[in-house]
Design a protein around this ligand. Structure first.
Ligand code: FEO
Length: 392
C-alpha cells in the first residue's frame, strides 16, 4: 500500500497484512493492517511502526514522502510487537540518538523487548510536544490494553491516534469509514470482544474523561483497519454500549459433540429459545473459531454450553473455549449447561461450575442425557430452551 495523506501533511504510512489468518489465536478472515502515521511539520514525527517483517515496506512508504533520516521524533503508543517490531530498523534509519517518546510503562516494556539503548523520553499524562504548526498531546491509557498503552492527540487537526482502541482486523484498499462498501462495525465489534472486553470498565471511564475534557475529535486513527473520518462518534457510542456489556434478547449455544447426541440437544434447546422469541445462534466449536463465538457472546444475554463427557471430563474444545471466555470476563449473562454421556457424565456438572465461577446466573442445574436423546429427552431440551427464554 502506498502512503495516504489523511490530512494536510499527515500520512498513513502503514502496511496491509493481506494474508494473516491467525493473529495470536484470533481469526483474521480478512487480514489486518498495521497503521503508522507520519506528521510532516517543522519537526517530523512518526507515530508507531509495524510488525518487524513489514519494516522494509514502512521505510519505503516513509521514503516516498521524506528521507527517514529527517524524522525528528518517533512516538510509540504501544509496545506490542505488531506496532513496535519495526522500531529497531526504523531507529537505525532515523538515527539512534533521536528521541523515542512513549509512556513510562512504554519505556519499561520496550526495554524488555529490545536491547538497544534508545533515547527514551517517557511522557507525563497530558504532556505536549510542539512540532511547529502542530502540537501533540499524550494521554496515558494504561491497560487499554497493555500497561504501556497511550493515545496521541493532534490538537490543530483534532486527530486522535488511538493505538489498538477503535481498531479492526481488516485489510482493504479503503482507508476511511466513508469508503467502505461493506459494514466495518462487525469487525470493530469482534476486535472489542476479543481484545478489549476485559478492560470494559476502563473504557467507560476513559470515554467519561474525554467527554469531561471536551476533547473535540474530528478523526480517530487506530493502528489496525480503517480510520474513522465520517462519524467518529459512531465507534465511540458503540464502545460505550459494548463497554456497558449491554445485551440483546439473544442466545448463543456453544457446544461440541461426538456422535451428534449433544448436538441434537443443542438444536432442541435452540427450538425452545426460538419459540420464546429469542434470536438463537448454535455454534459448534469445531466449526466456528473461538474469536467469532466471543463476538456473538458479547451482546448475547444467554450463553448455553454443551459438552459430551469424555474420559470423565469435558470434551477438549470446551476446555479451550471456557479458558478463553473466562479471561475475557463477559458480564450480564444467564447460562445453562447440557450434554450427553455414556456411563459417568461429569461434563454437565463441570460446565455448570465453570459458568458459576464466571458469575453467570444459572437458569437450570444442567441437563444430561445418557447416550442418545429419545423423544422425551428432546422434549425436555425444548422445555429447557423455553425456560431460558422466559428467564431472559
Ligand atoms: Fe495491535 Fe496490542 O497490538
Amino acid at each position: 500500500m502506498k502512503p495516504v495523506e489523511i490530512a494536510k501533511g499527515i500520512y498513513d504510512v502503514g502496511v496491509n497484512d493481506w494474508n494473516i489468518r491467525d493473529f495470536h489465536g484470533y481469526s483474521t478472515h480478512l487480514g489486518s493492517s498495521y497503521n503508522a502515521f507520519l506528521i510532516v511539520d517543522d519537526k517530523i514525527a512518526l507515530v508507531d511502526t509495524v510488525k518487524e517483517e513489514f519494516s522494509d515496506e514502512l521505510i519505503e512508504n516513509i521514503t516516498r514522502i521524506v528521507d527517514p533520516g529527517k524524522i525528528d521524533v518517533v512516538i510509540s503508543n504501544h509496545t506490542e510487537m505488531d506496532h513496535s517490531g519495526g522500531l529497531a530498523r526504523i531507529m537505525h534509519r532515523v538515527g539512534e540518538n533521536k528521541p523515542l517518546f512513549c509512556s513510562k510503562m512504554g519505556q519499561k516494556n520496550l526495554s524488555l523487548h529490545y536491547p538497544q539503548h534508545f533515547n527514551y523520553h517517557a511522557v507525563e499524562n497530558g504532556e505536549t510536544l510542539s512540532l511547529g504548526h502542530h502540537t501533540l498531546t499524550f494521554m496515558e491509557t494504561r491497560m487499554l490494553h497493555w500497561p504501556d498503552s497511550m493515545f496521541t492527540y493532534l490538537n490543530e487537526e483534532k486527530i486522535l491516534f488511538s493505538s489498538d482502541a477503535f481498531g479492526q482486523h481488516y485489510a482493504g484498499f479503503e482507508k476511511f469509514d466513508d469508503c467502505m462498501r461493506d459494514d466495518i462495525m462487525p469487525h470493530a465489534k469482534k476486535y472489542f470482544a476479543n481484545i478489549l472486553l476485559p478492560y470494559a470498565p476502563l473504557i467507560l471511564k476513559l470515554v467519561e474523561q474525554v467527554t469531561a475534557m471536551g476533547l473535540d475529535i474530528r478523526m480517530i486513527c487506530p493502528d489496525h483497519g480503517i480510520l474513522w473520518r465520517k462519524d467518529p462518534g459512531k465507534i465511540i457510542d458503540a464502545y460505550v454500549r459494548w463497554g456497558r456489556q449491554e445485551t440483546a434478547r439473544k442466545a448463543v449455544i456453544v457446544y461440541d459433540t461426538m456422535w451428534h447426541s449433544t448436538e441434537k440437544m443443542a438444536h432442541a434447546i435452540a427450538g425452545g429459545l426460538s419459540e420464546q422469541g429469542v434470536a438463537v445462534h448454535p455454534m459448534h466449536l469445531r466449526k466456528w473459531d473461538r474469536s467469532d463465538i466471543m463476538t456473538e457472546v458479547l451482546d448475547a444475554r444467554a450463553v448455553v454450553i454443551g459438552s459430551p463427557t469424555l474420559n470423565n471430563g469435558l470434551f477438549p474444545t470446551l476446555g479451550d473455549f471456557l479458558t478463553y471466555m473466562k479471561g475475557l470476563k463477559p458480564k450480564n449473562k444467564v447460562g445453562a449447561a447440557f450434554g450427553s454421556y455414556g456411563w459417568s457424565g461429569e461434563a454437565v456438572k463441570l460446565l455448570t461450575q465453570e459458568l458459576e465461577g464466571m458469575k453467570f446466573e444459572m437458569i437450570d442445574p444442567g441437563m444430561k442425557v445418557q447416550y442418545v436423546p429419545d423423544e422425551k429427552a428432546i422434549a425436555a431440551c425444548f422445555e429447557l430452551g423455553k425456560k431460558i427464554g422466559l428467564a431472559m
